[in-house]
Design a protein around this ligand. Structure first.
Ligand SMILES: C[S@@+](CC[C@H](N)C(=O)[O-])C[C@H]1O[C@@H](n2cnc3c(N)ncnc32)[C@H](O)[C@@H]1O
Length: 388
């Protein structure tokens, strides 16, 4: 993919750069239109439909007063046909391509496309206006490109929560992101020496409903876990086979860590949601428990590559996430220097021991230790016992 991209750029040359950028804008605009009028579901999965019948069906579905003109529908579909969506087996007969059929058949991919075309794209285009209005240095969660694009003073998640349909669309988008190969929890399982930890415990800070702990518990039968999340999210719905080795605990990670004696404190997909000043607070809350014994901090998050370090086809997808963090949260993904600077800002004793980049994973494992931690055994009272 990377070679094909580079070859196209070389063949197009400098003068064709802008003309070749234009189709990308149109693909996104057309995608929004096709999703809005439910075209993906109206084209039959096998066989084909005429533009006339498709326009009539879409007009009926949308219950609109003025019918969609066949000619406009045809222009829009023929535009996206130059990018693998739909095909015409016979003239004026539209059928699915493999890609458009995926959008028709997979509700989460459909949500993702809708989220991209109706939220991400307007947000990206509002970036300049946001930096003008709030200054490019703002780190406030409600002074973002998203706030400008959607004319709201609420931070992203608060704004999303106002509308159930938007929440459902975002949930579908997140399911897609988190079930992809690059985000698979197997990279956490295979990427670290869990077997050396004995019983642990592993403290999964911001561990949501325990997906990572459940997966690890099944592979490492000795390990025990404490899954912490906001009190409202910390619920004990556990499968029977791991019930005795996982406990949930309500804990706000902006407050001091209540569990001493953990073997590993895990922060998976936590710190990238927070700008540096807030991320420093989350880390500082762990410093006292890391300062004693041999506890390790394990951060699983993106480490941004330097330019050219990974194939361009991979790097540009990673950089989309960095831009999204900036445009939606005034946050950012961090490169290795920024991770080191963040650790140093939190505490001078925090030191990166190793960075593990599991093959195929979008996230790396950053193992952090506390230099000069007292190495004597933790006292009995410090050790969190998992009972039941
Ligand atoms: C992106 S999810 C990551 C979940 C999990 N670590 C994983 O790898 O799937 C972020 C989690 O942080 C939790 N969270 C957000 N703010 C929190 C806070 N102040 N204290 C504790 N948990 C919080 C959310 O409820 C959510 O479960």
């Amino acid at each position: 993919m990377s070679a094909a991209l580079e070859l196209f750029q070389l063949a197009a040359g400098p003068s064709e750069f802008i003309p070749n950028l234009a189709p990308g804008c149109q693909y996104v605009a057309c995608l929004a239109w096709l999703l809005h009028f439910d075209i993906f579901h109206l084209v039959p999965i096998s066989g084909a439909i005429s533009y006339g019948d498709l326009a009539a069906a879409a007009s009926k579905r949308a219950s609109i007063d003025v019918a969609i003109p066949e000619a406009r529908l045809r222009s829009i579909i023929r535009m996206v046909m130059t990018s693998a969506l739909f095909r015409e087996s016979e003239q004026n007969q539209v059928g699915h391509s493999a890609t458009s059929a995926l959008l028709a058949q997979d509700a989460d991919v459909h949500s993702w496309a809708s989220y991209l075309s109706t939220r991400s794209a307007p947000t990206a285009l509002a970036m300049t206006a946001a930096h003008d209005r709030f200054t490019a240095a703002s780190i406030a969660k409600n002074e973002t490109a998203y706030n400008v694009a959607f004319s709201t003073e609420k931070p992203f998640f608060d704004h999303l929560a106002l509308d159930a349909a938007n929440m459902a669309e975002f949930a579908g988008y997140m399911r897609n992101v988190t079930t992809s190969e690059a985000m698979d929890v197997k990279h956490l399982v295979n990427g670290y020496q869990w077997a050396d930890l004995g019983r642990g415990p592993v403290v999964d800070v911001g561990g949501s409903t325990g997906n990572a702990a459940i997966t690890l518990a099944r592979v490492f039968p000795e390990l025990t876990f404490i899954v912490q999340d906001l009190p409202a999210n910390a619920e004990a719905t556990l499968p029977a086979d791991v019930l005795s080795r996982i406990v949930f605990q309500g804990h706000d990670f902006t407050q001091p860590q209540p569990v001493a004696g953990g073997a590993v404190y895990l922060l998976r997909m936590i710190l990238h949601d927070w700008p540096d000043n807030a991320a420093v607070v989350i880390l500082r809350n762990l410093v006292p428990v890391l300062a004693k014994g041999t506890a390790r901090l394990l951060i699983m998050d993106t480490v941004m590559p330097t330019p050219g370090q990974v194939p361009c086809s991979v790097e540009r997808v990673v950089r989309v996430r960095d831009m999204t963090m900036m445009q939606v949260f005034n946050s950012h993904e961090r490169d290795l220097d920024q991770w080191n600077a963040l650790l140093l800002a939190a505490d001078e004793g925090l030191r990166l021991r190793q960075v593990i980049a599991p093959f195929g994973s979008a996230m790396s494992l950053l193992e952090v230790e506390m230099v000069g931690a007292t190495q004597e055994e933790s006292s009995e009272e410090d050790i969190w016992e998992i009972s039941g």
